[in-house]
Design a protein around this ligand. Structure first.
Ligand code: C2O
Ligand code: CU
Ligand code: CU
Length: 495
């Protein structure tokens, strides 16, 4: 048993200096560790019954330096779940972390009663047994802790895992789908570490405002791993599981790759890209062609996310990106591995968006700090405890339902940000981005999503097809987890 206070003890001192030393820790372990592949749990092979336990363990982020961490039936992170459309899965979740937790199925379109948000708390030592009926198109979604006010810390210490929803399209399209061989899960996170290899968490006022930004990017829990891949097409399922860091992913050789899916499923057709901004909470599936036998290094490049919102001068001071590319992982083609897929499909047949004209309600939401007139400058200067974030002037309250939507309806949400970039997430839906600052989204952002990067103004088309009563509402929030915990979250019912 371990309390949050115990987890954090000893980390605060070092954390304060670590937040700005981007990449400092990298040199030593580059591409020496094999990419760990989380265990695969196929619901069909387990009689549709899956048990997971949120637990405390020891994990080696750095070889030879075991550190306290959290995981789901694992020392860090959790198994990858493969769920098929049409299945009904009985989960049995135990809580052995010594404080309340929840398990939220981020990206699953399921009723509020089993959504795993703050209202579905599991007491220490308790269990939660939700039944999930899987009824949505193929997608890479994820699960993570979402307890009231403590999401950031629990996710940071490791309570997260991937879910692959399969609806038969992999086979139909001939997409790479051998888990861990040509279909690789990549949980990308940034972390800060103490000298002994333990996790450091920055609780300074600056980190509360910017979110926890670490100096080291880890993949599936390790620093700068190497993966052997077949000499053919390889599918990377990439989750930015960071608390607050925006990544700009690219290959060091500048080579192209093909985006096939965004958060909630397949695009209409593959989109060729050379880089991708990925916000905390966001997922992309890409195809990378290794037929030429050359190894490739995945990097995060400098970017200016947030620099164009509200107050440019100020945001430049509060950088969220390093000056230099950061190496994330290396992929080495191995002719001994069977290449199952060689051709990029021409079309993917992603589900069509609802017509914007079907929307019956327009809502305006503004993501902003709510500090009784003190504003952002006050927060920077004073950084007093209790500084709050909010949406449209209100901080999150468990007992306030912000609005109700009609089951089966479609709405347009106009989401605006003041001063910072916020990755906005909505539970219980797969939406579309209609416009970004008045212009249609680029092709890779035009597919089904549950996350939208808000720098100025974005319009979303949001359908509601699952039930959430006022007792078990859905959340909408910023996925910078420190902002969420500080109140940049609201809740709505769908009835
Ligand atoms: Cu990924 Cu409400 O969360
Ligand atoms: Cu969610
Ligand atoms: Cu935010």
């Amino acid at each position: 048993m371990i309390s949050r206070r115990t987890l954090l003890a000893g980390s605060a001192a070092l954390a304060a200096q670590s937040a700005t030393r981007f990449g400092a820790a990298f040199a030593e372990a580059r591409f020496a560790t094999k990419l760990p592949i989380p265990e695969l749990i196929d619901a069909g092979a387990r009689n549709h019954a899956i048990s997971l336990t949120a637990q405390v363990g020891k994990h080696e982020f750095w070889p030879g330096r075991p550190a306290t961490a959290l995981g789901y039936s694992a020392n860090y992170l959790g198994p990858t779940l493969r769920l098929r459309r049409g299945e009904e899965i009985q989960f049995d979740i135990g809580n052995k972390i010594g404080e309340p937790t929840t398990v939220h199925w981020h990206g699953m379109i399921i009723p509020g009663a089993v959504d795993g948000g703050p209202h579905n708390a599991i007491a220490p030592g308790g269990r939660w047994r939700p039944t999930l009926k899987v009824d949505q198109p193929a997608a890479t979604v994820w699960y993570h802790a979402h307890p009231h006010g403590a999401t950031a810390v629990q996710v940071y210490w490791g309570l997260a895992g991937l879910i692959m929803i399969d609806d038969g399209s992999d086979a139909r399209l001939g997409l790479p789908s051998s888990y861990g061989v040509d279909d690789l899960p990549l949980v990308l996170q940034d972390r800060a570490f103490n000298e002994d290899g333990s996790l450091a968490y920055d609780r300074s006022p600056m980190a509360a405002m910017m979110g926890m930004i670490g100096d080291t990017i880890i993949v599936n829990g390790v620093v700068a791993p190497v993966a052997r891949v077949p000499k053919g097409l390889v599918r990377l399922r990439m989750l930015n599981g960071s608390n607050a860091r925006f990544l700009r992913l690219a290959f060091a050789d500048g080579g192209a790759f093909f985006v096939i899916a965004s958060d909630s499923g397949l695009l209409a057709a593959p989109v060729e890209r050379r880089d991708l901004i990925v916000s905390p909470g966001e997922r992309y599936e890409i195809l990378v062609d290794f037929a030429d036998g050359k190894s490739r290094v995945l990097e995060s490049l400098p970017h200016d996310v947030g620099a164009n919102s509200g107050m440019p001068g100020m945001m430049r001071m509060m950088r969220t990106s390093p000056d230099q590319p950061e190496q994330i992982a290396r992929f080495e083609p191995d002719p001994a591995l069977a290449a199952n897929a060689r051709e990029i499909p021409k079309a993917l047949g992603g589900v069509a968006a609802p017509a914007p004209s079907s929307a019956t309600v327009r809502r305006r939401l503004t993501l902003e700090p709510t500090m009784g007139g003190m504003g952002m400058m006050g927060m920077m200067g004073g950084g007093r405890r209790g500084s709050r974030m909010g949406i449209s002037g209100k901080s999150f309250a468990m007992d306030r339902i912000d609005f109700e939507a009609k089951l089966g309806s479609v709405e347009i949400w106009e989401v605006q940000s003041q001063m910072m970039a916020h990755p906005f997430h909505v539970h219980g839906t797969a939406f579309r981005i209609l416009s970004i600052d008045g212009a249609p989204p680029p092709a890779h952002l035009a597919g089904p999503k549950d996350m939208a990067l808000i720098e100025n103004k974005v319009e979303l088309l949001v359908p509601f097809n699952a039930l959430a009563t006022k007792d078990n509402p859905y959340m909408f929030h910023c996925h910078i987890l420190e902002h969420e915990d500080a109140g940049m979250m609201g809740q709505f019912a769908v009835t």
